[in-house]
Design a protein around this ligand. Structure first.
Ligand code: ADP
Length: 455
């Protein structure tokens, strides 16, 4: 299901008074939409060709700080411009905002008009192209979990984000009655995304009070990542319009489950045949799929930084809460980091369960694809399947325990350097080290509550 506007149909919608605003947005390192709102007349009158943004957009943290130490953007380099080049394939209606359309942009070098190598969309496009050269199209889906609160963002901010009130009082996994109570929001979300050309499969309650999940039909990796960032924006915007709020933090409360973004992956031939299927195999997995999974396992620790990019992300990896702690594989087993789904069917695929809802989908999909393709290129052999409860398994590959560990693994990874380019790896390792140094510097509520009186 493609995006649903062209310049021509946008022009007709403008003339009919249906659309007057076009959001022109690039994707930043955190996976957020960043850009400008154009009057539709200006967009149609040449704005669609390109616009510009400050290049600090790929060198800031969540707070938009001018983080020191990046090679690509700095005060010394004068924080110049990037070109924002609308990808007209992504031009679509935004039914949940009045009179509005949206287009996603690639970020290009101001002088050469080449892709900025560390721009998340460029990082993914490079791996998609690598797969294509090997004769495959990478199909992916990024399930997305989040919490819904009855409070507005403004109320939460006024209370120091202390006591968000989850929209339900109990674990609502698969519950129809509880999710009926949430339909005003979730129906608007499903229909809004559908009207934006994003093929929503379903929404459901998840395994914690106030937690929900949205599933979007698998598609080519770039389309999936585009749909993911738009779905996140839609969820926030529709919740906000209804006086509610949502969070995609990996772990907003240590007493509750975290939110994941599992990534389902399969390779298809360029003429549309599934390349992961072998009916004669025990699990219905082709030799190609086994090499792909072997690559993901071999590099799982090196790429965790792209699946769990914040200090907080690592608090999700705890025993018995459906988030994995071990980077091993198993068929139809939710305790393993990599789960084989759809065994013996055309839809056989690997689901990476390591990523949190806070991942940047372009970087996560690119890292997973790069690891899988490395397994194919080097014909890596798939290790034996592990069965049973992986939480207690001893002597098996662990998911890194902290961002510090993950960042140093990425920094030392020859595989990542070759796949992404040394500059790109250094850029994201620098981002992680900045997160760590900020976290090390700040005194948290936990420390004050524990120590103020008693230390
Ligand atoms: P689960 O029960 O684990 O939630 P679903 O059947 O809901 O599994 O599928 C999860 C996601 O996997 C969906 O977004 C779906 O589109 C996607 N999916 C299905 N088949 C494939 C495939 N061959 N390759 C990649 N993703 C797929």
């Amino acid at each position: 299901m493609p995006a649903n506007l062209t310049l021509e149909t946008l022009s007709e919608a403008f003339a009919a008074g249906e659309i007057d605003t076009v959001i022109v947005a690039a994707i930043d390192m955190q996976g957020r939409l960043m850009g400008k709102r154009f009057h539709a007349a200006h967009f149609l009158n040449g704005g669609w060709e390109e616009t510009h943004c400050c290049n600090y957009l790929l060198a800031t943290d969540m707070e938009m700080i001018t983080v020191p130490g990046y090679a690509a953007s700095s005060w010394e380099k004068g924080y110049g411009d990037y070109v924002m080049k609308p990808d007209l394939e992504t031009l679509r209606r935004v039914p949940w905002l009045e009179g509005t359309a949206l287009v996603l942009c690639d970020l290009l070098d101001h002088h050469t008009h080449e892709d900025v190598p560390h721009s998340p969309r460029a990082v993914l496009k490079r791996q998609v192209e690598r797969a294509r050269k090997l004769g495959f199209s990478a199909m992916m889906a990024t399930e997305l979990e989040f919490f819904v609160f009855d409070n507005s963002y403004e109320e939460l901010r006024d209370s120091g984000f202390r006591d968000p009130r989850p929209i339900s009082a109990y674990n609502e996994d698969y519950h129809i009655f509880q999710t009926t109570k949430e339909e005003k929001l979730m129906r608007a979300l499903r229909n809004g995304l559908y009207g934006a050309g994003i093929p929503v499969e379903n929404t459901k309650g998840e395994a914690e009070a106030g937690q929900a999940e949205i599933n979007i039909r698998y598609a080519a990796a770039l389309e999936t990542a585009d749909g993911h960032v738009i779905a996140k924006a839609a969820t926030r915007e529709i919740a906000h319009a209804q006086g509610k709020s949502v969070t995609f933090m990996a772990k907003y409360d240590h007493n509750r489950a975290g939110s994941s973004s599992h990534v389902h992956q399969s390779l298809w031939t360029l003429d549309g045949e599934p390349a992961f299927v072998d009916k004669d195999d025990e699990h219905g997995m082709s030799a190609l799929m086994k090499h792909y999974m072997a690559g993901q396992l071999a590099h799982a620790r090196d790429i965790t930084i792209f699946l769990a990019p914040y200090v907080n992300s690592y608090k999700r990896f705890c025993v018995g809460m459906f988030a994995p702690t071990k980077a091993v594989w198993s068929a139809d087993n939710r305790t393993a980091g990599f789960r084989v789904c759809g065994e013996g069917t055309k839809g056989v695929r690997v689901e990476c369960r390591i990523g949190g809802a806070d991942l940047n989908p372009y970087l996560a999909c690119a890292a997973l694809l790069a690891a899988g393709l490395d397994g194919i290129e080097n014909k890596l052999e798939l290790e034996p399947e592990l069965r049973g409860d992986m939480y207690g398994a001893q002597g098996v590959r662990e998911i890194p325990k902290t961002l510090r560990e993950a960042a140093e693994l990425a920094a030392g990874s020859d595989f990542l350097r070759t796949a992404f380019g040394a500059d790109v790896v250094e850029h994201y390792v620098h981002a992680a080290r900045w997160e760590i140094s900020e976290h090390d510097r700040v005194v948290t509520d936990w420390e004050v509550q524990r120590g103020l009186e008693r230390a």
